[in-house]
Design a binder for this molecule. Structure first.
Ligand code: PEP
Length: 253
């Protein structure tokens, strides 16, 4: 059985004070939940301070992005090894906001995957279709291309540690969640594509998260789907009570 994961993506929200109190509340609320990997992705600048208070906790730290370059003249960038140095274990790669607002192509995303894997970070590779692809019935083809160009046609051997996150763009921050059936269709297609390339043992083990307006009210029905292994949570991860309820929905205890 795959261990569920719930990731909170704080995006460019929270100051240090709010980040501290949110983290402390999450630690407190989730002490008894031992069967879910809980991960938070705060803004870069909060990472070192939050690392100190997470020391004795099982909650892991994730970055929201990393450079595709190792080091050098790349003003404003943060490398995978710098993240590793600061106590980060996971990194979100290819979030749709990066793809759309910062013109990150599948090729760049593949290079970011390489960079993070080289530093032993665990990448959370995001993919998902825009509304136009969903409306025209080409959602599967759209995500297939993304997966091929960023992962399946690029990595001959499967990355040892990798998490996938299906995030339909039309569902992110919109309050409009994919139905459990819509999400399950893409998740099972994704697992099958991974299986065709890397074999069924690897595909059975890889965890595929759903993201897009997950809330305490809809988390359970999504997490109950056979190929959904948890969630990547934006807005609701900024409220300790909501984030806790979502984590509880992923737990089987
Ligand atoms: C996200 O940004 O990854 C996300 C899923 O956001 P929200 O939960 O707010 O839709």
């Amino acid at each position: 059985m795959r261990r569920p994961i719930v990731v909170g993506n704080w995006k460019m929200n929270t100051n240090l004070e709010y980040g501290f109190s949110l983290t402390r509340e999450i630690i407190e609320n989730t002490r008894a939940i031992t069967d879910v990997d809980i991960i938070i992705a705060p803004p870069f600048l909060s990472i070192p301070s939050l690392h100190n208070i997470l020391n004795k906790s099982e909650i892991r730290l994730c970055a929201q992005n990393c450079s595709n370059e190792k080091k050098g003249a790349h003003t404003g960038e943060i490398s995978a090894s710098m993240l590793r140095d600061s106590g980060v274990s996971h990194v979100i790669i290819g979030h749709s906001e990066r793809r759309e607002n910062f013109a990150e192509s599948n090729e760049i995303i593949a290079r970011k995957l390489f960079a993070s894997i080289e530093e032993n970070l665990i990448p959370i590779l995001c993919f998902g279709e825009p509304l136009s692809a969903r409306d025209s019935g080409s959602a599967l083809t759209y995500v297939e291309t993304q997966l091929n160009l960023s992962l399946l046609q690029v990595f001959k051997d499967p990355p040892k540690y990798l998490i996938l996150a299906y995030e339909p763009i039309w569902a992110i921050g919109s309050g409009q969640t994919a139905t459990p059936e819509q999400a399950q269709e893409i998740h099972s297609f994704t697992r099958e594509s991974v299986s065709n390339k890397y074999g069924s043992d690897y595909a059975k083990k890889i965890r595929i998260l759903y993201g897009g307006s997950v809330k305490p009210e809809n988390a359970l029905e999504l997490f109950e789907q056979p190929d959904i292994d948890g969630g990547l949570i934006g807005g609701a991860s900024l409220i300790a009570g909501d984030f806790t309820e979502i984590i509880k929905s992923a737990s089987r205890i």
